[in-house]
Structures are given as C-alpha cells and as structure tokens.
Design a protein around this ligand. Structure first.
Ligand code: TXA
Ligand code: MG
Length: 350
C-alpha cells in the first residue's frame, strides 16, 4: 500500500524532530545536502537500509554512502584512516567529498553491498547537519531518485520520484552544487577518483599530489571488466528523453551539427530541444532550447544539469541535444554525467 508522504521545510524544528524519530525507528527520510537530495536511513540497521533499496528500486549490488555529522562519528565505522584520506578529509570535510575506507563489522553488508569497504561523507548542508545531529545515527543515503534517473536537486524532484514510497521529505530548496559528491579511494599510494564532483581533480592534486582518475569516468566499462565502484556499471542519470551529445573541433561545427540534427528530428515528428549555453544560444534561432548556464562558469552548468534534464522531461521533449564542454575542473564531473545520460555515445561534427 502506498505510504502517505509529507513534504516539510528542513528549517521547521518540529519537522526535523519527527524526521529524526522516523530514522531512529528504521524508516526512510529524504533530506537536502549541498550536492543532491539523499534518501536516508539508519546505516547500521539492515532492515532500514533494505527499505532504501526498495524505495529507490536500486540493484542490491550498488553500495550506499554513509553520512555522519562530525569526525568523531567516522572512527567507529572504519578500520583505519590512511594518511592521504586524512589529508583530503581535513581539506574538504564537511563538503562534497566521499572517501572509501575499510569497514568495521558494525556496518552491515547490505549497506556496502557485500564489499569490505565503506563510503563515508560529512555533508556541509546545514539541514543535513541538523538532521544527522538530531538523530545521532550514521545515515546511509543514495541520491533520492528512482534508480537510473537524474539525481534530484530540489524537493519537488524527490516528490515526483518518492511520493507514496517514503513517509517524509525535508525541503531545503535547490541543492547548491547540483551534482553528486566526488568519490575517492585514497587507500593506496595514488588516490583514485571513482566519480568526479565539486571537489575537483585539480583540488585533490593540490592536497595529495599525484592521483588517478578512473578510466570508467569517461568511458563505458567493457564486458568482463570489474567495477571498482559498482555505480560505474549501472545505467545512470538518464532522463526519459534521448540525450544526444555532440563533439567537434570548433564551436561553429558543433552548432551546425546540433541545428542539423534538430531539424531532422523535427521533420520526423519528434520533439527535440537544445541544451544551450549563454554563449551559443543565439546560434539556434527559433529552435526550442533551454539555457542551462554559461560555458565560462562551470558551477552554473553543474548546478543546472540534472534540474534541466528533469524539467525537459516534464515538458515532454523526445530528444535533448547538447554539445560537449571542457573537462577542466568541474567540467569533468559535468561531462561524466552527460556521457552517462547519453549512454556513452557521441555524435561527431566534422
Ligand atoms: O552527493 C552524494 O554523494 C549523494 C548525497 C545524497 O550525499 N549521494 C549519492 O549516493 O550520490 P549514490 O548512492 O547515488 O552514489 C554512491 C556512489 C555509487 O556510485 C556507489 O557505487 C559508490 O558511491 N560507492 C558506495 N560505496 C562504495 C564503496 N565501498 N566502494 C566504491 N564505491 C562505492
Ligand atoms: Mg545516485
């Protein structure tokens, strides 16, 4: 039977108390973080964690991130804190960074999908911090979307995906970053970025020197290749519409190709839309478009990507056309999500 879902402001003191009581009772609550909204439950309670998998429709082999309020809360969950992980945590926590550690036995294997490691993050969002402190629990939380879709960056997005599936959604407005946290395995000599995010490769290098960006960040895993981070192998971030990603040597070529594809789709009776930037929007004349930010300011693109994909789905577009962007800094995270949304396929414009 569907549950009655309530949506309340995270700043409402009473609602926060109710939410933390629900968490203590093993229920699932959606809450805002600075990256995207999370679908939280007591990370140490197997049954509570199973509820997350069920509400999300998530494959059981994809582990969850455990969220805690402070440093003191990390120690009981992990076997050791490697030196480089310590340096990164000191530099970027609280914030949009997730670190992988060897897990202690108190973390049940449902939470880590059978792995002997656990992903941990201290979020910076005030509402998330308040909830974690109020409930006094480590909270396992994947992004609060139905599995496979774009992550929710506002409470309304969570409502659309989770209504009837969970008892409560805490509303904290638009998520500041708009993309999920950077996931880093810093247990070896060279830390590895498993998923890029707002703590960029450049920022991480600035703290620990040489690092590796996992190859699966920008390409599909090939048959038989094992996923270091199980999330790599699952279809992800894809809206209902087909995303077509155009790359090319020059801006002019890419704009032309997008117009050409758009006109063809329209002629066939499809309903395409162009994901445009402030800089190239004028090239598309009267074609349907959505300006998702400025190519000069990656923060705006990251902030609006998932929001835009969901908005364009709501409007019923069949195809979303977008050009590649630079991979420096936050660009790497944006391209990683775009490529996955496009199922790792490109259209070349020559
Ligand atoms: O920003 C975020 O990280 C958001 C908010 C809610 O904190 N959460 C989030 O969770 O994006 P989720 O479940 O959608 O993504 C977690 C990613 C997945 O790709 C998963 O495979 C990976 O982290 N992961 C979790 N535990 C892992 C582990 N022990 N080893 C390697 N990868 C792990
Ligand atoms: Mg997710």
């Amino acid at each position: 039977m569907p549950l009655l879902t309530r949506m309340v402001s995270v700043e409402d003191e009473k609602a926060l108390q109710e939410a933390s009581l629900l968490l203590q009772k093993g229920q699932v609550v959606a809450f805002p973080t600075e990256t995207v909204y999370g679908l939280g439950a007591n990370a140490l309670d197997e049954n509570a964690v199973r509820r997350i998998f069920k509400a999300k429709g998530r494959p059981a082999d994809n582990p969850l991130i455990v969220h805690v309020a402070t440093w003191q809360d990390v120690a009981p969950l992990v076997k050791e804190i490697p030196e480089k992980a310590m340096l990164l945590a000191q530099a970027f926590w609280p914030g949009p960074l997730t670190l992988i550690f060897k897990k202690q036995n108190i973390v049940p294997s449902v939470t880590t999908a059978g792995l002997d490691t656990v992903a941990v993050r201290i979020p910076a969002h005030q509402g998330a911090q308040a909830l974690l402190r109020a409930c006094g629990l480590p909270v396992a939380a994947p992004s609060a979307n139905r599995s496979g879709g774009p992550s929710p960056t506002c409470a309304q997005d969570v409502w659309e995906d989770m209504r009837g599936r969970i008892p409560m959604i805490l509303d904290g407005g638009r998520a500041k970053v708009g993309l999920e946290s950077t996931v880093v395995d810093a247990s070896g000599d060279k830390p590895v970025i498993l998923r890029p995010g707002a703590v960029t490769a450049e920022m991480i290098r600035g703290i620990v020197g040489e690092i590796k960006v996992h190859e699966a960040v920008l390409r599909r895993l090939v048959e038989g290749e094992t996923a270091v981070s199980p999330g790599m192998k699952h279809r992800h971030y894809a809206p209902q519409a087909t995303v077509i990603l155009v790359r090319g040597e020059t801006q002019e070529n890419m704009n032309k190709k997008i117009c050409f594809l758009y006109d063809n789709l329209l002629q066939k009776g499809d309903k395409p839309v162009i994901l445009a930037t402030k800089e190239n929007v004028l090239q598309f004349a009267s074609r349907a478009h959505y300006v998702w930010g400025s190519a000069q300011n990656m923060d705006t693109l990251a902030h609006n990507l998932f929001f835009a994909l969901r908005e364009l789905d709501r409007k019923g577009f069949s195809h979303i056309l977008c050009q590649e962007i630079g991979q420096a800094q936050l660009g790497l995270a944006v391209m990683n999500r775009l490529l996955r949304a496009a199922n790792f396929t490109w259209m070349d414009s020559k």
